[in-house]
Design a protein around this ligand. Sequence first.
Ligand SMILES: Cc1ncc(COP(=O)(O)O)c(C=O)c1O
Length: 455
Amino acid sequence: MTAKLDTQTLRNLDQAHHLHPFTDFKDYAAHGGKIISRAEHIYLYDSDGNKIQDAMSGLWCCNLGYDQDSIKQAVFDQLQELPYYNNFFRCSNQPAVELASKLCELTPERFQHVFFTNSGSEANDTQIKLVHRYFDLLGKPNKKHIISRNNAYHGSTIAASSLGGMKSMHEQTMGLNYVHHIEQPHWYECGGDMSEAEFGLHAAQALADKIDELGEENIAAFIAEPVQGAGGVIIPPDSYWPAVKKILEERDILFIADEVICGFGRTGNWFGFETYDIEPDLVTFAKAVTNGFMPLGGCLVADKVSNVLLNGAGDFAHGLTYSGHPASCAAGLATMAVYEDTGIIESSARDLAPHFNAQLQSLVDHPIVGQVRSKGLFAAVELTDDKAARTRIAPDSAAAVYCRDVAIEDGLMVRQTGDAMIMAPPFVTERHEIDNLVAKLTVALDKTARQFGIS
Ligand SMILES: Cc1ncc(COP(=O)(O)O)c(C=O)c1O
């Protein structure tokens, strides 16, 4: 370990040399940020010694919190044994073999193959190549178009940001011309006067309409997160997924479920597709597969697709230096062991999630709260100055940004998307820590209401 630097030196060097993701470079160079120096259980400690409760599981990835010695030890041991070798040129390694098998065991029978990447973005890029290859091999080379949804987040490589439906990302990167975006199932934002049930059907119909517009013979896949995470924890109306499922059953297009956030327990089951009873042909995973401790992502491929891919002649022209990295896969295996041995996905869904939801519901009557929505350990609290009209309090999400900043200042790490306060607490959070989360959020909401003159 390098010697510890003092906070001021770190901040100076950080501002001078370090370009941060999704950050205003100019603003950061002028004002800097927080140096996080260590973490324990569900708490982060900054270099000034402040203790912050993490209500976001890092970046939706540390579902098991920050302790988990078995995962750390597995990585250490693997680095002693085989710190690196690639999976190109007819080579493999034990952790990659075992993790691929384990993931197939944990998912429905039809999933028997895994392609590893380092991240969710790369996994979604890989999905595009897999579905294109699939239809090429079937002699349907026109089937290249992909349908996604407004405000989806599928990552930040060029292909993944193009798949995603984030306007700000599209403004800075020229997207792929074969990706098309349809309505998101976000009733609070887009539902207008429709009931939630009506709007769910309306948003699903957008998929059928887009397929008709582009021609089914030109479409390779529909990609969607079971619950849109980064877009604002958008929990679709109950009518949405059954209607989409029916459309997908009737059409010759593949369905890619992006489980990068929903996967490994976030919505109360191992995968979001189980929570919503939907049947993807391909699954994207990352983040919580290693509890966020090592970079790892990948694609699970169902037999329908892999049977064709495995019969194609010639190489699949795609791969990453670190695909199936032994240390990352060792972390993945150790993480799966914790999920399985402790039963925490099931127990947190049974005990913690209902408590979390009940506590959050107490915020519904707060003067600036327009909606509270949650699924498993995944939640959003929408801020508004008019509960009936569902309007935003101030331009540029200023109220939610203010609320987030005061919450962090008070020792609670939450996130903001639009005017929604977002939470995804670790599954190891205890009930009294959920109470603390909600108490701190309430204080932040009170301060925000005062700041924006709402009573
Ligand atoms: C649903 C979803 N897909 C893909 C990604 C991209 O993953 P990564 O940041 O590992 O590239 C994310 C990241 O937040 C995500 O939420």
